[in-house]
Each structure stands twice: as structure tokens, then as C-alpha cells.
Design a protein around this ligand. Sequence first.
Ligand code: CA
Length: 709
Amino acid sequence: MRQFLGSLLAATLLISGCSVQKSEKQGESNGAVTHARLLAANQDADNWLTVGRTYDEQRYSPLEQISDQNVGKLGLAWYSDLDTARGQEATPLVIDGVLYVSTAWSLVKAYDGATGKLLWTYDPKVPRETLVRACCDAVNRGLAAWGNLLYIGTLDGRLIAIERKTGTPMWSVDTTEKDKVYTITGAPRVIDGKVIIGNGGAEYIARGYISAYDATTGKRVWRFHTVPGDPSQPFEQPALAQAARTWTGEWWKYGGGGTVWDAIAYDPDLDLLYFGTANGGPWNASVRSPQGGDNLFTSSIVAVRSKTGEYVWHFQETPGDRWDFDSTQHIMLATLPVNGQLRRVVLHAPKNGFFYMLDAATGKFLSAKPFVRAINWTRDIDPVTGRPSPIPAAFYDKTGTPFISLPGAAGAHSWQPMSFSPKTGLVYIPVNEVSFPYAAAGPDWKPAELGYNTAMDAGKTAMPADIRQRGMARAGSTGALVAWDPVAQKTRWRVDYVGPWNGGSLSTAGNLVFEGTANGNFIAYSADKGQKLWWMPVQSGVMAAPMTYSINGVQYVAVMAGWGGVWDVATGVLADKSGPIRNISRLLVFKLGGTAQLPAAPPPPTRLPLDPPKLTGSPQQVEQGKALFARFCSVCHGDAAVSGALNPDLRYSATLENANTWRIIVIDGVLKEGGMVSWAPVMTSQEADNIRHYVTARAHEDAALAKQP
Ligand code: CA
């Protein structure tokens, strides 16, 4: 009965909108989230109502109970071990004392924010075989709230509204076509009763778009396609006719890419909704647009009207991208002095390594400078137009010679959110300094029904067995937290880490910046100087961004631990640069004087010596297996068959000596409930067996290496 009344109340609140919320006192009741409340989110220090805290996505909290003066007394208030040991990338929401968070596999959980008591769990039951079309693990980056509902985009493309009080699903819509390769990992936003959601898939055959749904009914209101479709059909929006002039060949057959898989920001005064678009698809631009062209609106920031999705402006950061330089990274809005005048600006640190400042109203380019120490793919950025001038060698698809780019496909900055402190005027960027080798596939390349469709030859650039070359690649792969002055366009301070792929950042009025690291520490720095003031080992790598909230006058800081994502699953040899990888998926919440204790850390993971069966395949079979592995298997099982921690390392697999078991798994798909689908649509049993021979050969190479002094 109580639950039924709760549902009834929720429905009533939805209908009556903001009038109900006004009469409820925050902290005592779980009031409705309204447009007025979201617009005033910055003054509402206790709560964290939208994934970036405010529509400008600054991820700055005015809370200052925890400060640079007392952060040494920070301790664990409570923690909750999760039931999904995959990468955790979400930033929780806190609404009137309750903490809501999404986890891997698009689960949603609600906790009492003060005590950590689990209130409910909602599992959308994402089919595990969806993993085969997820480039970067079964992750989810967060929720949106409106009225008394929460919204999650699920890995398999659904947008689901959940009753906030009980976790009961209220409506669900498919935002993607079931037979296409789209996935959702990004957080929705709600703008004045419309839920905004994008999706990923630009490593496959996907055409990017972003959609708006009525928050109450789930009815679609508008959709904006980021790249033009078949020009023999009418374009869905006038802007696509302009975009189509920047494409050549038959791009629509390859999707074109430009998916909107993460960043969304909103400026209510300008009524502009901003989003970032992914790389062009396939990566190899000579395949998707053979006579060249900028390929709008890939690798761009686009601004549209929030009510209609009508195009207003765009700025393309990487024209004619062929390096997987997504522009989907965290978009932030701020009002800053530019040439002596206060100006509303867009701040952006995309994968390509340059920090951009654009005029928020017009998209006019204002400035860009590298935020990492070395960039080799372009000579510079034109100071007037903002257009890069890539070096000739970077056009690997034209030269036929592989190109090692810095930054590479992992990005100088990826989805890990940055934060801005209005007190210091600095943006805190989690950066990667990691190169990536690009080699174009041969002229006979065709899209396949399953797996990556990047038109690259990953076999040509797979990590060699040569331990010196591996050592060089490892040594050159680092990460850092960079405190960036966006007005002067320069680094003010920088903290170097052992490896890349560290956590997102949070800044607070207590002159603090919080960040978790790949090697499993949660750290507080002084925001002005970057002094390390406090840290705590959390037993697991951290990628997600922290957030902070207050209940009954007590400030808490929360962060999700649990390493994974693309870095772990796809990078094999480099994945453990920061130390032995471990994923202990866990929500951690801290407060001053917190005394909770984590259970004893399990011993570091150890690997037994490799003991592969006798190699029975011919060199030709091994070579064919290598090419197939690089195209279809390496995305999950690691470059050169060296996996990270999350997916099985096949060099150790007992099935290497049993061709029949191998076939039952790879061709018959017996493990599809675990995410390992049948690959019969793209390979024969003999080809699958050649992959077995290749992995066996790789295991022998690495077993021999291990015996070297
Ligand atoms: Ca991409």
C-alpha cells in the first residue's frame, strides 16, 4: 500500500511540476527536480542534481566544510561493494539526502547518502552479448533526474525512466534500432522537461545522432543527425545539406560516425544545447570519403536549440579526422575575461591534445594551445581560424606507411571529466600522454557484420614480441593531472602519474581538487598550488570523477572505484603500466573524521607462468590468425593477445589445446551469456582455428621472453 501511495504521489508531482517542490523543505523530503531547481543548482550546495552538477558542467562545489586546512582528517564514512565487476565511470547524483548511481551493465542503485544503506537496485537486464558492440566495456557514466523520475541510457540503447523513490521502471523507449551497433554509456541530461540522450558506435558502422524525449511520456520530441545520410534521400535537417558538401564517395554506406557518446552542456541564457561528436567512421578517411573533405559534423562541437534541435553553430576541431580524435570529451561553459572583457565561453580539451576556447553564443574560435607536452600530428593550429595543419606523414591512409601519433586514439584527454574552480580560474584536466600506431587496411577491406569496422590493419601495428620495443612503448605512456589556465592558455601546475587513464576531477570551494588514480589512490590536492594534502589507497584503480554533497550539515565526498573501460580491455601490454590491475567495483564515501574501514586488500594478482600446448599450425595459418585476431578479437582480448584484467587472457586458455572446444566457443557461441558471441557471421571454423594457432604462437613467444634474464 505504501508503495502504491508513493507511485501515486510521484505521478501527482509529475503533473503538478514545480509548485509542489517549492513547498517541500530540502533535506527533509525527496522533492521533485524542476527546471527552476536545475537552473539554480549552483546555489543548491547540498545537492548534485545533474551529472556535471550544473548545466555549465563545471563540476565545482561551493561546499567548504572540507578544506585545505582540515582535509588531513578525511576518512571513510561508508562504502558499498558493487555486484558488477566491470569498469565504473559514473558520477552519482544526490537529491535531498539520497545518492543515486549507475554502475556497469547500466544498473541503478539508491543509497541513504549519510549512512550508505542500500534503498533499492534496478537492473535493466542488458543482454550480455551487447558487449560485442561496445567498444569500451559495459560502462555507464551517470543518470539524469526530473520530477520524481530518474533516467538511464542502457548499454543496449534503451532510455528508461525509473521512479526515484522505489526504483520502479515507469517507461522505456528504444533510442536506437535493434539491428544496429549503437550502445549508450553516456549520462542523459534533462532540459526543461526534455531528456537529451546520444549514443556511441563510431568504431562500427554507425551514423551519429542525439535525441530529445518528453521526460514524462517518453515520446520523442526531436533528433539531430550529426552526419548526412544518403544524399539521394531528403536530408532530415537543412544543416545536413551544408555538411554533405564536405563528404565524397559513398560515405553513408559506412555510417560516417560522429556519434554523440558523452559531452552535453546547456546555457539557459543563450538557450543553446552543446554536444561533442566522435571520430569519422571508419577511422580510415580514404575509405569513408575517398576524395577528401572535412566530413562535417565529425570531431566537432555543435550547438542547437534545446526545444527543437535546430542547428545554430558548429566548430570542427579535427577536420577530416583519421586518428579517432573524438570531440566528445567534457564540454564546459564559463564566463571569463578575454582581452579585458568578460565573455561567455566554451572550454574543451578533446582527444587531439589542444585546449580550445570558443565564443559560446557564436562558436567563434578564440584560442587553442596544447595541454600535453608533445603533439606530433599537426604543426600548429591557425591562430585565427583554429584549423590544424596535419603533417604529411600523419595521412597514413594516403602514404601507405604506418604513422605513430602523439596523442593517439586513447586521447590526450578522454571522457574522464575535468573540473573548473572559479576561485583559482583553473581547469583540472586528467591527461594521457600515450602514442598510437595507425596503419590503413588494404584496398580489399570490406565492412563486416561483427566487430570493429575502422578499416585499419591492426595486425600491422600489433605490439611486437621484442621486449625492448614494448619497454619503449610502456616508458612513453604516462598520465598527469594538469591545472590549466584557460585564459592564458598555459599549465599552472602539473602532477605526473606512473601511467595513463586516471580518474576525473572535482574542485571545491575548500581550495581542493580530488582525483582517483589508476594505481588505486584517492587524492586531495590544493586547488591553487597542486600540493598533495591527503590520500588513501582504495585497493582498485579509479577512472570515475568524484562528487560532493551535504546532509544535515555534514559534507561528504563520493567516488566510484573500479578500473576498466577501453584502456584495460584493449591495450594489453600497456594496461598495467600503473601497477598490477585490479577491479574491485565499489562506491566510496568520505567525510571529516570518518572511521569506516575497507576489508583487507586481497593479495596483488599474480600470473602463473605461460604453459601453452605444442604449436601445430603452419606459419601461414599463424599469420592469417594474426590478422583475424587483430581485427575481431584484440578489442576485448588485448593487443597481441595480451589482455588487461577484465577479459580472459587467451594465452593462458586451456582451450588452446582443444580445437573442438575452441570451435564451440568461437563459432557456436556457447559463451554468449558471458558476452562472447558466435563469430560465425564473419569467419569459418578453419579461420577461427587459425586464430587458435596464432594465440598459441604468441603464448610461446611470451613464455620464451619470460625465461630471458
Ligand atoms: Ca572513437
